[in-house]
Design a protein around this ligand. Structure first.
Ligand code: PA5
Length: 450
């Protein structure tokens, strides 16, 4: 296994006896999950996905990626939430830290930009500036095929693409990842002849990174999608077959629920010491936030990038209101090494570090932080990740997903729905004047003083 968890620094609040007490509930939750007897059980396709995926489609993904690499300087990925975060998390973790900026000969693959994940006119206008002189392709991703942010962005960039290449050539540069038969995007794709990939019915957005949703952009970036699936398959094997005492995913579900219920901690902070993991945290926030935050329950998932945030939020974590615990991702083997050199005159006082790798300094910062936060009564969990590579990341995704399903059922919620995300959409449609929402419009405008 490339991923392991260490719970020793949480033990002062999640004691062995507490874990023993919650164990039967966690095991019951695991049973509910794997036997598919709980609420949301029609969204469990992700459990067997790493070993039971559509091989024909997987092959088409590789072929489409090869074409995009061949004919495009840029891939534009249009999607939001679960149709966005997994791809970005993986690409930013696995590929060059300055992916879009580094010399093309180092990167060897198209630049990748994301949109459809906001409604900023400035962002869109400036993205048009970036794309105007480049050969580009679009991967538009939406399970429902009707998400406003995504549809707005697609309309803008489809027009740009059609202006550039003409309608027929543009349609060969558009790849639509959506439902197999329904939704506006599927209808459009059928009528325009776009190549399509499927978001399986039984996999919700936040569990879809290892479907075509994530895999096409990831393959275009040059990351190895076979190894990513293999890593997830390794995680699956482990999560399904190991008993509680030898199963970090089950223990993670147990410890976080104990810290929440018994110690009253309402927030989990995922901390990394590698900037390239920033979007892995964003992906994790969505996974746990949408899965657990409902029925007035849940642990609020938030994230920090260390050491950056040690110079801002670190103060609050150490000494502020005590309602949080931390989970650190510790990367054991960095992809690259930078050694501190000796200087003849030690004006900056750093010669004591000469010969040390920057990662050694990073690890000292991490271990110092872990101990300081424990001293500040902030319990923490440490996840050791062998390296930021495909095998480790695939396994990490799977273990987080599995623990999330178990944790949600332990908490007593349906981890696989997200009814709360609809409220803002209804208001937005009414304010936009979308047909069918007329009765709400006047009431909302009055509340806004319009
Ligand atoms: O997890 C979810 O279901 C959401 O975050 C969706 O992924 C997000 O709203 C995008 O939806 P869609 O793929 O239908 O455009």
């Amino acid at each position: 296994q490339k991923i392991s968890f260490d719970f020793s620094n949480a033990k002062f609040m999640a004691k062995d006896a507490d874990i023993e007490a919650i164990k039967s509930r966690v095991l019951e939750a695991k049973k509910t999950l794997v036997e598919k007897t709980g609420e949301g059980n029609d969204f469990l396709g992700w459990i067997d996905l790493p070993v039971n995926y559509d091989k024909e489609e997987f092959d088409r993904i590789k072929k489409a990626a090869a074409k995009i690499k061949d004919d495009s300087d840029v891939l534009l990925v249009i999607g939001i939430g679960g149709s966005y975060l997994g791809a970005r998390a993986t690409i930013e973790a696995l590929r060059h830290s300055f992916y879009n900026m580094v010399d093309k000969n180092v990167r060897k693959t198209p630049e990748i930009y994301y949109c459809g994940n906001n409604l900023s006119s400035t962002y869109y206008a400036e993205l048009v500036d970036v794309l105007a002189d480049k050969d580009f392709s679009i991967n538009v991703i939406s399970k429902s095929g009707t998400t406003t942010e995504c549809s707005v962005a697609f309309r803008i960039f489809k027009e740009l693409l059609e202006k550039k290449y003409g309608k027929a050539e543009a349609s060969k540069r558009i790849y639509a990842t959506t439902d197999k038969e329904k939704g506006a995007l599927k209808t459009l794709a059928n009528s325009e002849g776009y190549e399509t990939f499927v978001v399986p019915d039984d996999i919700g957005g936040r569990f879809s990174v290892l479907t075509a949703v994530g895999l096409l952009p990831i393959a275009v970036s040059g990351a190895d999608i076979d190894l990513l699936m293999q890593g997830a398959a390794n995680g699956r094997e482990y999560c399904l077959n190991n008993d509680f005492d030898n199963n970090d995913a089950l223990k993670y579900a147990a410890v976080r629920n104990v810290l929440h219920e018994k110690a009253g901690l309402g927030m989990e902070i995922l901390g990394n010491f590698e900037p390239s993991l920033h979007y892995v945290s964003e992906w994790w926030k969505q996974l746990y936030g949408e899965s657990e935050g409902k029925d007035g329950k849940g642990i609020f998932p938030t994230a920090v990038d260390f050491t950056t945030d040690l110079h801002s939020l670190g103060q609050f974590i150490q000494e502020g209101t005590k309602n949080h615990f931390e989970t650190f991702i510790n990367v054991l083997n960095p992809r690259k090494v930078v050694t501190m050199q000796l200087e003849e005159t030690d004006l900056d006082g750093l010669n004591y570090l000469a010969g040390k790798d920057v990662d050694f300094i990073n690890k000292c910062a991490m271990n110092g932080t872990i101990l300081a936060h424990v001293d500040g009564d902030v319990p923490n969990i440490r996840i050791d990740m062998d390296a930021i590579d495909e095998l480790s990341l695939g396994e990490l995704f799977y273990k987080f997903e599995f623990a999330c399903g178990v944790s949600g059922y332990t908490l007593g919620v349906n981890p696989f729905n997200q009814p709360g995300v609809e409220s803002y959409k209804k208001n937005m449609f009414a304010l936009l004047g979308k047909p069918g929402f007329e009765d709400m419009t006047a009431k909302l405008k009055a509340r806004l003083g319009e």
